[in-house]
Design a protein around this ligand. Sequence first.
Ligand code: GLC
Length: 446
Amino acid sequence: MTPSAAPAQVVIGHAPWFTEERFGMFVHWGLYSLAARHEWVRYRENMSAGEYNKYFEHFDPDLYDPREWAAAAKNAGMKYVVLTTKHHDGFALWDSALTEYKSTNTPCGQDLLTPYVEALREAGLKVGFYHSLIDWHHPDFTIDGNHADRLNPAWQELNKGRDGARYRAYLHGQVRELLSNYGQIDYLFFDFSYPDQATANPDGGSTFCGKGASDWGSVELMEMIRELQPAIIVNDRLDVPGDFVTPEQYQPAGVMVSGDKEVPWEACQTLNGSWGYDRDNLDYKSADLLIRMLIDGVSKGGNLLLNVGPTARGEIDPRAVQSLAGIGEWMRLHSKSIYGAGAAGLPAPQDGRFTRRGNRLYLHLFAWPFQYVHLPGLAGKVRYAQLLNDASEIAMMVLDPGQAAGHMTPAGQAPGTLTLKLPVQRPGVTVPVIELFLNPELNPEP
Ligand code: GLC
């Protein structure tokens, strides 16, 4: 394929910022942060609601300062932040009028969303909320295979009298609060639907049912959301179509499509496999790997939502801070290849990725070759080439495929190949990027 026309960037009609900004911060924070061993701890360890209550009684995030979160996000080059308003444990980080299970009733004593929203706005970041559809605390949420009480021998007894309609009303009511009381909210991430997930019961005799659109009242919920916040974008986990799709903890193989249409997507990724603060987990991805993941996503037309799990005192832990700083260092010099960029419509080069923004093509080199890079199909199409980190010129040549070019330059390239000659010294940045200025006449924009 030649870059004769950049593939149309798929943007969300009413919120083009999303596919422009490309990089956001996910924040998982709640009662599970005290356990410090994964946000599903109550489920994994089959804790009863009573046992889990110790975290409610001790929730006291004395170092919570969302301006620091906002600064960390901004310095990493992130443009939006998405915080768990309520996770599967059902605990609300705000002063919800619909429950007693909320931050204001813990030693913390405050609504945590008000300062969060303010801090993001102050820093010029878009405001996102995550909200769990699953709720292990609400007395009307029936126990199913994704419930922390699924192994409780009395589960059938406990399910008696639970009323899905009442839970639905509660869910809608809480979302209404979130979208009415904090000004403009730009982004909403629901989590999650499992309509077809029939799981065997521990009793061996029956199966748990899944939950989906009819349980959540998703159609009505979506209508209410659009009415309250016309500019908001909503993810795809309500079991009805959303504005973007959400691959979780994997990188898609290419652009994502629905039917034959390219769809906006965002990969959510952890730093260490856990979303909530996980003290003893040492499985940290390096900043180098995280930067490649960001580049890889943009080269396939997607976003990256990278998670941090602040401690129970409210701070982003030093390991995460360090990774974010590493990403920020790279972004400071290279964000031109990320913001507003997308898939280039070219096959990925060996050991690298292309992104394209208008008439600029960005070649990200995951390995530093000695000393030529060959780009089939690009001969005559590039006006100028430079390293992005210091704007230093990169020599270009088109070698005659018919002739051996001699002992000192590569020979036998396919016709139409552009060859770049790189310096021996790899620039001291995590992933070097070569910026190619495409010849506008030969590379019309769509
Ligand atoms: C999963 C997990 C959850 C996490 C979410 C992030 O659905 O249940 O713990 O919040 O992924 O996308």
